[in-house]
Write a protein that binds this ligand. Structure first.
Ligand code: ZN
Length: 76
């Protein structure tokens, strides 16, 4: 499922949203602000201090035995 993290530009809270519709308006769950900045996928971001450990993607990348071809499951 497409879950994205957004950091509130108002209060700094990091919110996770399950985004099904790109046109859906997102509001900070803490202060209800719409001033949200989309964060890059977890492995590219600095670990947040909110206690939510970044999710580690599957270990198939680079190991042909797991998914057939290295990197094929990592794009996108
Ligand atoms: Zn906020």
């Amino acid at each position: 499922m497409p879950i994205y993290e957004y950091r509130c530009g108002n209060c700094g809270e990091v919110n996770e949203f399950l985004v099904l519709d790109r046109n859906e308006e997102l509001n900070c769950k803490s202060c209800n602000s719409q001033n949200l900045e989309k964060l890059l996928s977890a492995h590219n971001t600095i670990a947040s201090s909110h206690g939510s450990a970044p999710k580690v993607p599957g270990s198939c990348c680079g190991t042909p035995d797991s998914c057939g071809s290295p990197g094929s499951c990592c794009s996108g």
